[in-house]
Design a protein around this ligand. Structure first.
Ligand code: ITT
Length: 200
């Protein structure tokens, strides 16, 4: 069984590969299909963008497609970077540039950790021909550190401190992160609904 994920983000893909391999699925992403177009993320919400990515790629391929729209929401920044997480420091910003921008925005709160509370959010959408899309969410609570720690993961992982363990997401192994992350929780919610949805 193969599942196409409408993403070009290899960090997300690595996590999905591990999660879905336990379910007997092989995962492919858009980097395996260079002929498919870029889907512009014009939505103002995670759900709107996830729907856009899943529906567009499903219509173009005629396949069932999973999309993940996700991001980091920092309390004192009013939920930013949110849907702009991938582009926080500019259109083709690297993870390092986005992390530097986040630290800069939070510089004045460095001494009060309670002001650095944050969460990761994922909305997953599964789209397939002739079906209403299936939509689920997952969240992960923590706070933003003052210096990057850890080498694993991707994106904001070196700055995101898990509230349960006090470790950054980048200090966790892939399998540890996949037990507690926003993406893992969203997938658990998906698996509760997926069998019924497939039968429709
Ligand atoms: P696709 O749209 O191709 O899937 P993208 O990177 O543009 O790739 P998003 O629009 O959903 O994906 O942006 C998500 C950004 O949020 C991502 O680039 C990271 O910066 C951040 N992010 C999401 N999940 C994360 C995680 O588990 N760890 C660290 N950062 C994460």
């Amino acid at each position: 069984k193969t599942l196409l994920i409408a993403t070009r983000n290899e960090g997300k893909t690595r996590e999905f590969k591990a999660m879905f391999s336990q379910l007997g699925y092989t995962v492919k992403n858009l980097n395996d299909f260079p002929e498919l177009p870029e889907v512009a993320e014009t939505g103002m919400t995670f759900e709107a963008n996830a729907r856009l990515k899943a529906k567009t790629i499903s219509e173009l391929t005629g396949e069932m497609v999973l999309a993940d729209d996700s991001g980091l929401m920092v309390d004192i920044l009013g939920g930013l970077p949110g849907v702009w997480s991938a582009r926080f420091a500019g259109d083709h910003a690297t993870d390092d540039e986005n992390n530097a921008k986040l630290l800069h925005e939070l510089a004045s709160t460095a001494v009060s950790p309670d002001k650095r509370k944050a969460k990761f959010h994922t909305t997953l959408v599964v789209a397939a021909p002739e079906k209403e899309p299936l939509v689920v969410e997952g969240e992960w609570f923590g706070e933003i550190g003052t210096i990057p720690k850890g080498d694993d993961g991707f994106g904001y992982d070196p700055l995101f401190i898990d509230e349960e363990t006090g470790r950054t997401a980048a200090q966790m192994s892939l399998s540890q992160k996949n037990k507690v992350s926003h993406r893992a929780r969203a997938l658990q919610n998906l698996l509760k609904k997926w069998p019924e949805w497939l039968k429709q």
